[in-house]
Structures are given as structure tokens and as C-alpha cells.
Design a binder for this molecule. Structure first.
Ligand code: TYD
Ligand code: MG
Length: 460
């Protein structure tokens, strides 16, 4: 029998949707210009014959299974372990995404270096950099371990051979977009290749128990092959992000089958690599301008820990017919809502004002607990009256102008007290939770109106 000739299909590079003809917009994920013609082989090479499949899985009563001992191996890098939910789970596949140049390769080299200190062999496979470039970086990072192995390779079949011969405990692939399976005609980085190589690597991890870290260049627009598709295939997805003009980097968990789905690790990029930041609040508040109108400190919970951040607002008369509303670090829709609450419930006039809101340090705040802080910053800038620098603010604001309590009040206050705050403005009704918090004067309020009266007392 002659094998069927390869044929071509148009495949969405964002979600993997396939069609026989070209379309400008993917009907599945609605991305524009994402369909690319790819050669696909008639039979995916991983398809098994029926008898191979038969031996593999036999149904068992669920109640008769023994719970898996979820072994977790800490890497010794606290912020990285935190993002993973405590450590690496054997056989898991972790996707580390982020913009080019943010520090993904640096982070993974440092993690492997830490692991090799614990006696583990780490294999770092680079398809992006030459051995010389890797050595330059390693020197910069002060890596001296002989257990950290590197190879420059992009062919999946060769990588599998390397695994057989070197028997590493950990594997890093930098990056998934450079890998290709020789058995497929499609180009490296195309969605067919990304899907096939990732599939084989996931199988390999499950079979061998070796944790695999895949580095992926994933831009915010998802412009490069298969980001969404990859996210479904792997166990854990981490995003490394940060403002290039600043030195800190945030390692954000967006999916984790083995731990909390939302965690945040904080690093600082130095001349000698990434350093862990164990007290992010202090870092984010270090550049704060005290007692400036429009500046407020909010207590937000990121993952499992409180982080204090400065929210800044600038409200200034507009020269445009349609005043600007710009939000960086907070949701623009939420900002409009809070402005509307201030207009309707307090009677402030923002109609002819440009409004800019910014969260210092490039961090993104998604919790409703920051509402009251945004309200305070907006009013402070509008009235040109500073909020006392020793005041911590948090609370969720409702449409009627009421302020509601938020979870984990105590933890937020403790973090504030630790960093020298003296007063906290928050929603009424949490007294009994606050016994352990001393050194902080608690200002309890129940509405936005009342909050503003406490923050900006009338001039005598
Ligand atoms: P890199 O890990 O190559 O980023 P990615 O793999 O995400 O593309 O990091 C590149 C940047 O980090 C580069 O701009 C230089 C900077 N850097 C430092 O500031 N200090 C260091 O010790 C290292 C190794 C890199
Ligand atoms: Mg890199």
C-alpha cells in the first residue's frame, strides 16, 4: 500500500482550528490573520494501534484507588517554589511564558543551578543560543556546578536520545517554538510542530517522572504559535512579566493542576542574575513620594500573601471634547464605575477632567479590595489634598456608594503594621477579626462619603 501524500490545511496559530480554505478571521477564537497554511501528515505519528492502547488503561472503581503521594520537590529558590505551589511535582510539565528578553532563560538556568546544588542533574537544551552565549550567561550568574548540563539541539528525536544517555533529573527546553519533530513536514514554531512536540514531551514526563520546563515566547496578543493550545496541554503555566524599564520581575501562576492557581513570585534583575525579593511591599513602596496629592497605598492580596502598592491618580482639566480615562494596572471598566459612583453618590464633578490612574511598579491589581484606594486617589488629586502617608486603605465599593468588607483583613493590616503604617481605613464590621492587630489605628467607615470625610477633614 502506498502511503497517502501529505496535504495542506490552514491552521489557526492561536487555537489550532483547522480548515481547508483560508479565512481572514478564525471562527473558533476570533483572532484575525491567524490562519497559516501548513503541511500535515495524513496520520499523526503518535496515533497508536488498537492493541497498543488496550493494554494501557483498564477502568478501576474510583474508590479503590490510593491517593497519589503528591511529592513536591522544592528547588531551593523560594519565589519560584511559591509560584509552583511549593515545589516541582515529578512528571509535571511547566510552561514558562513571557516576552523576549524578560529573563526566562536566566531564571531557568538559575533554578537548575540551585537544583544541581542538591545533587540533581539538570539538562538545559537551548535552541536559541550558542554554547558560547550560554557560557557567557553562566559566568555572569556564577554557575560552577558540573551537574548542570547544556546542549544546543532543536530536533525532538535527538533530544529523546540525549535523555536516554544523560538521564537527567530535570529538563529545560528553551524554547518550545524552536523544537521540531523530524517526522513532521511542518516548520518549527508552526502549530502542528508545537502541538506534536509538546504532546510527546508531556507523554515523556508522565512516563519517566522527569519534570519538564518548557520556555515559550508568548506575547500578550498571543502572536506566536500555539500559546493557548499549549496551556491546555501542560500542568502548570507561569508567566514571567515586568516592566523593562524597572528591575523587578513578577512570576505569575495562571494555571496549576497541583496547587493554587494564582500565585505571585517577585524577583529583581541584577547584574549577576535574578535575586529573590522576599519583601515585595517594601520594594514597591520604595519610590513613593510621600504626601503627594493623588497617591494612596492599598493592601492587596496577591496569591497567598499581602502586597502593599501605591495607586496614583492624576485628575486634570481636559482640553478635549471627550476627556481621557486611562488606567494602567487596574481595570478600565472598574475605573469608570468608581468615577460614576463618586459623581452620583458624592456629587464630585469629573465630567470635564482627564483621568489617569497608575499602579506603581507595573503590577496589575484585579481585586475589588483596591476600589476604595482608587476612590481616595481620584478625590485626592481632584481636590489637590494629599492623603496622610501613614494611612493604608482597602475595601470594595458598591454601586450605591457603600463600602464592603474584604477577605483576609487581618493579614493586610499586619503587613501594613510591619511596614510602619499607623492608620487603616476599612469597612465597618470587622472588629472581632482585628484583635491581633496592634499599632494601627483603625478607621471604620461604611460609605464612600464617610471615607472621604475621614481622609479629608474639613478645614478649620
Ligand atoms: P534572558 O534570560 O535572555 O531573557 P529571555 O530568555 O526571556 O529572552 O534575559 C535577558 C535580559 O536580562 C537581558 O536584557 C540582560 C538581562 N540580564 C541581566 O540584567 N543580568 C543578568 O545577570 C543576566 C544573565 C541578564
Ligand atoms: Mg531566552
Amino acid at each position: 500500500m502506498t502511503p497517502k501524500p501529505p496535504r495542506t490545511l490552514f491552521i489557526c496559530q492561536n487555537c489550532g482550528f483547522q480548515t481547508g480554505k483560508w479565512l481572514g478571521k478564525c471562527p473558533e477564537c476570533e483572532a484575525w490573520n491567524s490562519l497559516v497554511e501548513e503541511v500535515v501528515s495524513p496520520e499523526p505519528p503518535y496515533r497508536r494501534t488498537p492493541d497498543q492502547v488496550a493494554v494501557r488503561s483498564r477502568p478501576t472503581p474510583l474508590i479503590s484507588l490510593s491517593p497519589s503521594q503528591e511529592e513536591r520537590r522544592p528547588c531551593g529558590c523560594r519565589e519560584f517554589d511559591r509560584a509552583l505551589g511549593g515545589g516541582v511535582v515529578p512528571g509535571s510539565v511547566v510552561l514558562l511564558g513571557g516576552d523576549p528578553g524578560i529573563g526566562k532563560s536566566t531564571l531557568m538556568l538559575q533554578v537548575l543551578d540551585r537544583l544541581s546544588g542538591g545533587g540533581f542533574i539538570g539538562l538545559y537544551i537551548s535552541g536559541e543560543e550558542s554554547a558560547g552565549q550560554l557560557k557567557l550567561r553562566a559566568d555572569r550568574l556564577g554557575i560552577t556546578s558540573a551537574r548542570l548540563l547544556v546542549a544546543t539541539e532543536t530536533c525532538l528525536e535527538n533530544i529523546l536520545k540525549l535523555l536516554d544517555s544523560e538521564k537527567p533529573h530535570y529538563l529545560v527546553l528553551d524554547s518550545i517554538q524552536t523544537l521540531y519533530a523530524a517526522s513532521l513536514p511542518a516548520a518549527p514554531g508552526s502549530i502542528t510542530q508545537v502541538r506534536e512536540t509538546a504532546f510527546q514531551l508531556v507523554q515523556l514526563a508522565k512516563r519517566s517522572g522527569i519534570p519538564i520546563f518548557l520556555i515559550g515566547h508568548v506575547t500578550k496578543e498571543g502572536a506566536i504559535a500555539g500559546p493557548k493550545l499549549l496551556e491546555h496541554m501542560v500542568d502548570t503555566v507561569l508567566y514571567f512579566e515586568g516592566d523593562r524599564s524597572h528591575t523587578y520581575r513578577l512570576l505569575r501562576t495562571v494555571k496549576n493542576r497541583f496547587g493554587p492557581g494564582q500565585e505571585l513570585g517577585v524577583f529583581e534583575m541584577r547584574q549577576t542574575g535574578l535575586a529573590e525579593v522576599t519583601n515585595p511591599s517594601a520594594l514597591f513602596l520604595s519610590e513613593r513620594s510621600l504626601e503627594a496629592p493623588g497617591s494612596v497605598v492599598v493592601a492587596s492580596i496577591e496569591g497567598s500573601r499581602p502586597i502593599l502598592v501605591e495607586v496614583q491618580a492624576l485628575v486634570t482639566p481636559s482640553s478635549l471634547g471627550m476627556p481621557r480615562r486611562q488606567a494602567a494596572g487596574v481595570d478600565a471598566g472598574r475605573l469608570s464605575l468608581l468615577v460614576a459612583v463618586l459623581e452620583k453618590r458624592v456629587g464630585l464633578a469629573f465630567g470635564n477632567q482627564d483621568i489617569f490612574v497608575n499602579v506603581a511598579g507595573g503590577i496589575r491589581l484585579t481585586e475589588p479590595a483596591v476600589d476604595l484606594g482608587i476612590i481616595a486617589a481620584l478625590t485626592s488629586s481632584l481636590w489637590e489634598r494629599p492623603v496622610a502617608a501613614d494611612t493604608l486603605i482597602f475595601g470594595e465599593v458598591g454601586l450605591t456608594g457603600e463600602v464592603r468588607t474584604v477577605a483576609q483583613t487581618e493579614v493586610r493590616l499586619q503587613e501594613g503594621a510591619k511596614l510602619g503604617f499607623r492608620r487603616a481605613l476599612l469597612a465597618k464590621g470587622q472588629r472581632n477579626q482585628l484583635r491581633s492587630v496592634r499599632d494601627l489605628q483603625i478607621l471604620e467607615i461604611s460609605s464612600v462619603r464617610e471615607a472621604l470625610r475621614r481622609l479629608f477633614p474639613p478645614d478649620r
